[in-house]
Design a protein around this ligand. Structure first.
Ligand code: NAP
Length: 281
């Protein structure tokens, strides 16, 4: 399989700001995130959960105010199959999936006011059981977007080890990213992370807090937070970075934005990392 050029991977910021479920607050919150220091924005052309055009409004404001330029930012969007959408579709549902991918990308670029994104992600495979012919068609269309320069990298989301192994067997081009909900009770997605590490794929972890409420309340996390004068949420994000993840946060709170970014400077000793890793796994 073809690996990602290393210079592309170097341009990925250490934290992504997620824009799901923000509706008409999307523009204001995405702008605030960039103002606070986030340089990576995650969105999707899936109006049901994201307002991608609102991200575009934030970007226009950010450029106007001179807070950042397009080149300073890492923009990630997704292609979502019709089954994951509501009636507000960014493509013709009667067209072949390869055309839907192309139409979705054209629409994303319009929403975001740019001629390229940094990362284009398949929101989730068509079936929970394995990598299908539909997924193969979508992935090949995404590789075409890579070749044409409309995206710099490609990725997959909501994906199992089985999917990844089948995908690897079916395609020459491997994803630069895997974006998954990261459950502590599954060893923080240990198997998928190991697959990614071996192949230089960046693992993006989402719902690190909301999927792991018990961990946030765990005595080990609480005492560690007290020791290093941080919040439990900061410990989780620092841990995620330390084990090689690229974390996402979808906070709507200015102070939490600052705290989430500040967690990047928290140093956790190696033995603490392994005990957090085994809390719920
Ligand atoms: N690929 C997919 O299918 C998929 C699915 C879900 C999400 N995502 C992406 O991932 C992004 C993040 O989603 P998420 O599920 O991780 O987050 P989220 O659901 O947006 O929630 C983050 C939660 O944690 C809280 N929080 C954040 N920072 C905190 C801090 N420092 N201290 C205490 N609480 C804090 C937030 O509350 P406050 O708002 O009060 O801070 C919020 O309740 C989404 O916006 C989206 O971009 C992708």
């Amino acid at each position: 399989m073809q690996a990602m050029p290393i210079d592309h991977i170097k341009t990925v910021p250490p934290f992504l700001y997620g824009t799901a479920w923000k509706e008409d607050r999307t523009a204001g919150l995405a702008e605030l995130a960039i103002r606070t220091g986030f340089r990576g924005i995650d969105t999707a052309n899936q109006r049901r959960h994201y307002y991608e055009a609102g991200v575009g409004q934030a970007l226009a404001a950010v450029y106007r105010e001179g807070l950042a330029s397009r080149a300073d930012l890492f923009l990630q969007t997704k292609f979502t199959y019709v089954d994951g959408q509501d009636h507000r579709l960014p493509f013709d549902p009667s067209a072949p999936v390869s055309v839907q991918v192309e139409q979705s990308m054209t629409s994303s670029l319009e929403h975001l006011g740019t001629d390229y994104v940094d990362s284009f992600v398949l929101h989730g495979p068509a079936s929970g059981y394995g990598w299908t012919r539909t997924d193969a068609e979508a992935w090949q269309a995404m590789i075409k977007e890579l070749d044409s320069g409309r995206t710099r990298m490609v990725g997959v989301s909501n994906i199992s080890l089985r999917h990844l192994e089948q995908m690897e067997g079916a395609h020459d081009h491997q994803p630069a990213f895997v974006q998954n909900r990261c459950f502590a009770r599954l060893g923080w997605d240990r198997e998928v992370r190991a697959f990614c590490t071996e192949r230089n794929i960046i693992y993006q972890g989402f719902s690190l807090l909301t999927a792991n409420i018990d961990v946030l309340r765990h005595p080990l996390i609480r005492s560690l937070a007290e020791q290093v004068d941080a919040t439990p949420a900061q410990i989780i994000f620092a841990f995620a970075r330390k084990v090689g993840m690229l974390p996402l946060t979808g906070t709507t709170d200015a102070e939490h934005m600052r705290q989430d970014l500040a967690s990047l400077d928290l140093a956790l000793p190696a033995d603490v990392v392994s005990s957090i890793e085994s809390i719920a796994g």
